[in-house]
Design a protein around this ligand. Structure first.
Ligand SMILES: [Fe+2]
Length: 405
């Protein structure tokens, strides 16, 4: 997996995509964290953001590096949590922020790296909610150390923050918020429980497919996403069935990172648009929401992105389109029919994966009435929705939601 990682990193650099200045991938690279931190922090303390679950590891790190630990990230960050972490960081005046955890931890740390040296609340900077559109001072350097494979937040320049008073999740997004270093050690993901592994993997899969079909897609991003997609179909169920399968864990961590590079450099689509509202209004975890919505949203968008969807699903089916089509295809069939076969087979495979890892295929279990669906539709119009292949508004989003509720 290290060889493929180096190849993909070279492609990221050659295409000039936005990505962390330093990307370190491989089993055991966590041992390099202390040295990298000393280089970036200089003689200033470090501020370590983590979850209560990982507090012992963060404390061990703090004993080696002077600084403080904020270990209160229990779920997806809210305005209140990010402001609390930022207040502690402002008092410490660190030279470096380190995040050790999943997407929620890394997003909190990105916001802290910016707010530690800038005035105001995180709410002031949220897209569509706040009044501040610039950072006065560049954020502190940040070393992101993901301990789950899922969001690829170590490769993105936005922090998704919930504003419960407004019933929405929105991004704080600035170029300087991209972590300086992504330290990707698959060994750190071996202990992730099955449910979180499944949800994170579905988020990765959704991001990789959506960057390929988005109206904001870019060829260099699609090329990377297609290579990462070939890893997911085998690696995700393997990680769920055998948590200590090192090669499968490495494959999913790499796929997750590439999905983050993808969303940082291109757009997403409606599974992400609606997931944001489901998370903010009904506390549906992000990866689970993506996993529920992925097949239905792809069927909905199919007519507007057939070639792109076919390419993405062919890669997901490990490039073996003939085998994937189950021999149904004949030599005389047209390319359009072949694409059709690949899409049908690919969507059926994603639905099989959903069942295999225990994710529902619709929203019926949430028992949402029309008023609730209207609120979700209205809350889905964030930046991901603007990249959907079919132009979406609250009316057609509501009509779609009614088909799966
Ligand atoms: Fe996502």
């Amino acid at each position: 997996m290290e060889v493929l990682a180096q190849k993909l990193i070279s492609e990221i650099r050659a295409a000039g995509l936005k990505a962390p200045a330093k990307i370190v991938f491989g089993a055991g690279v966590f041992a390099r964290l202390e040295g990298l931190a000393r280089e970036l922090a200089g003689d200033r303390p470090v501020f370590i953001v983590t979850s209560p679950f990982l507090a012992p590891q963060a404390e061990a790190l703090r004993r080696a590096l002077p600084g403080e630990v904020f270990a209160q990230v229990r779920g997806e960050p809210t305005v209140r949590l990010a402001d609390e972490a930022a207040a502690q960081a402002r008092r410490l005046r660190p030279g470096l922020v380190i995040s050790l955890g999943g997407g929620s931890v890394m997003d909190t740390a990105k916001a802290v790296a910016a707010l530690a040296v800038n005035p105001g609340s995180v709410r002031d900077y949220l897209e569509g909610l706040g009044h501040r559109t610039q950072l006065e001072t560049p954020p502190l350097p940040h070393i992101a150390v993901p301990t789950t494979a899922g969001t690829g937040a170590e490769a993105t320049r936005n922090a998704v923050i919930a504003a419960p008073d407004a019933g929405v999740k929105r991004s704080m997004r600035f170029d300087g918020m991209l972590p300086a270093v992504a330290l990707l050690d698959p060994a750190l993901t071996l202990s992730v429980p099955r449910a979180a592994t499944a949800a994170g993997g579905l988020d990765t899969l959704t991001q990789l497919i959506e960057v390929c079909i988005s109206a904001k897609r870019k060829p260099a991003v699609t090329a990377l996403a297609l290579q990462a997609l070939t890893l997911v179909r085998t690696a995700l169920p393997t990680c769920c069935a055998d948590p200590h399968g090192q090669e499968a864990r490495a494959a999913m961590l790499l796929a997750s990172f590439i999905s983050g590079v993808g969303l940082a450099n291109a757009g997403l689509a409606m599974a992400h648009g609606i997931s944001a509202a489901l998370g903010a209004l009904h506390n549906v975890p992000h990866g689970l929401a993506c996993g529920i919505l992925l097949p239905a949203t792809l069927r909905y968008n199919r007519c507007a992105c057939e070639p792109e969807l076919s390419a993405a699903l062919a890669a997901f089916l490990n490039g073996s389109t003939a085998a994937a089509a189950g021999g149904r295809r004949r030599r005389s069939q047209t390319a359009a029919t072949e694409a059709d076969d690949v899409i049908e087979t690919g969507l059926a495979e994603i639905e099989k994966l959903q069942r295999q890892i225990g994710v529902p295929g619709d929203l019926r279990h949430l028992r949402l009435d029309t008023a609730a669906l209207q609120k979700i539709a209205a809350g889905s119009m964030g930046s991901s929705m603007s990249g959907n292949p079919i132009a979406m508004n609250p009316d057609n989003t509501l009509a779609f939601l009614q088909t799966i509720s």
